[in-house]
Design a protein around this ligand. Structure first.
Ligand code: SF4
Length: 87
């Protein structure tokens, strides 16, 4: 389960696989990974906000230019958790 991964100078947080759309160009339609991480699909339940925070605490957050909420879905589906994590 890939919760966070690095790409370039940034750290990406794989927040969710949920998405209310079905864009034709979306990688979700033809791949389990992204250009930058091997597998972003959560086979079971997606991680809780506490599990995401625990994963973030393993890293030196000051070493990244940006922290990016992303995922193999629409991260705003977990808006409240994003706000909690950002705080
Ligand atoms: S994850 Fe993004 S690109 Fe893919 S279907 Fe949802 S909104 Fe579209």
């Amino acid at each position: 389960m890939t919760i966070t991964y690095e790409y370039g100078d940034n750290l990406y947080i794989n927040v969710t696989n949920r998405c209310p759309n079905a864009c034709d160009f979306c990688l979700r339609n033809n791949s389990t990974g992204s250009l930058y991480a091997d597998n972003l699909w959560y086979e079971g339940a997606e991680p809780t906000k506490e599990e995401i925070l625990a994963d973030l605490k393993k890293r030196d957050l000051n070493s990244y230019a940006e922290i990016v909420f992303c995922g193999y879905g629409e991260p705003a589906c977990r808006w409240d958790d994003m706000l909690w994590l950002a705080a």
